[in-house]
Design a protein around this ligand. Sequence first.
Ligand SMILES: [Zn+2]
Ligand SMILES: [Zn+2]
Length: 375
Amino acid sequence: MRNRFLAFLFVILFVVFPLTGCGLDGSQDTPRETTRDDTTKEQGSSNPLPTNSSFAVHFIDVGQADAALVICDDKTMLIDGGNVGDSDLIYSYLKKLNISYLDYVICTHPHEDHVGGLSGALSYATVGVAYSPVLTYTTKAFENFLDKVISQGKNLTVPTPGESFFLGSAKVTILGPLHTDYDETNDLSIVLRIEYDEVSFLFTGDMERKAESDLLEAGYDLRSTVIKVGHHGSETSSSYAFLREVSPTYGVISVGVDNDYGHPDEDVLSRYRDAEVKLYRTDLQGDIICTCEDGKTLRFTTAKNSDAITNPTEGNSSGSGNNGVTEYAYVGNLSSKKYHRTTCGSLPAEDNRIYFTTKEEAENAGYLPCGNCDP
Ligand SMILES: [Zn+2]
Ligand SMILES: [Zn+2]
C-alpha cells in the first residue's frame, strides 16, 4: 500500500512540477508557467495529444555502438542497429516487443557500429521507409543492410534537411547532414529532432565538430530536452557552442564498457557537467528507456544501476544528482501481482502498473518475480 501511495505521490509531483523548464539558464528559478509557455511557443507544439497517446525511446545497450527504438502511439522508428554482432540482439528486442513492422529505419551513417545490426532488425521486421545519407558504401555491413531493404521491395532514401514527418503524434524533422561532401563519414550522419508536444529529442549519430558548426550556422531550432550524445561521447563532438544551443536537460551516451577509444572523453563529460546535463550511460546502466505520456514529463528507467554516478567530478560524486526524475527498476502488474524488469516483453498495460525501485520493495508489497524476465 505504501508503494502505491509513493507512486501516487510521484504522479502528483510530475503534474504539479513538470520538468520541462529545467534548462541550462538556471530557469529553475523562473516561474514555471512562464517557462512552459515559452517552451510551447518556441517549439510550436499545437494540437493537444490524443487520449492514450504515449511516447518512448529505447536506447538499446549495444556496447560501443548506437541503437535507439522510438515508439509513438502505434508507430515505430529504429535509429541505427549496433554492430553486426548485435543483429541477434536487435532481432530479439523487436520480437519481444512484437514489432514486426518498422515505419522508419534510419541508418545515420554507414559505419559498422550503426548499420551493422540493422540487417538483424530487417530479418524480423519489414520496413516502411529506410533512410540513409548515402546509397552505396563498400562494406559488407552496409551491403547486407541494403540487400535486406531491397529484398523487401524497398530502396534507400536520402533525406532532405528540413523535411519532416509524423511518427504517431510525434513530429520528426531531418536537420542534417547539410552537405554531402564531408571528408569525414561521421559528419554525414543523419541528424534528426523529434518533438512530442513539449518535450524534444535530438539524435546526432556520430556527427563531429564541422557538421555541428554548419548546423549552428544554418539557424535551425536545435533546443532539445534530451540529446543522444554525439559520437559515443568522443572529443570530436559536443562542442561548447553546440551544447549551448541544444541546451538539453538530459543526455544519453551509448558507449561500451572499457572501450578501446576511451569514450566518453573526460573533456566532453566536463562540458556536460558545466551545462548541468543529467547523463545516462549504456555502459553503466544497460538499456535506457525514456517514456512520456503527457507530452511534458519524462521518466527514465534503466536496466541496472539507476543511481549510477554517470558523470563524476574528481573527489566529488555529485555529478549523479537525479534532477527529480524517478527511476524505477521494476514494473509490477496490479492484477497478477507479478513484477518484471522494465525490459520484459510482457509488461502490463500502463494503467495496470505499479513501479518499484528495488526487488525488496516489490516483494514486500506481495509481488512475485515474472518467470520470463527473471528479475
Ligand atoms: Zn559510432
Ligand atoms: Zn561513425
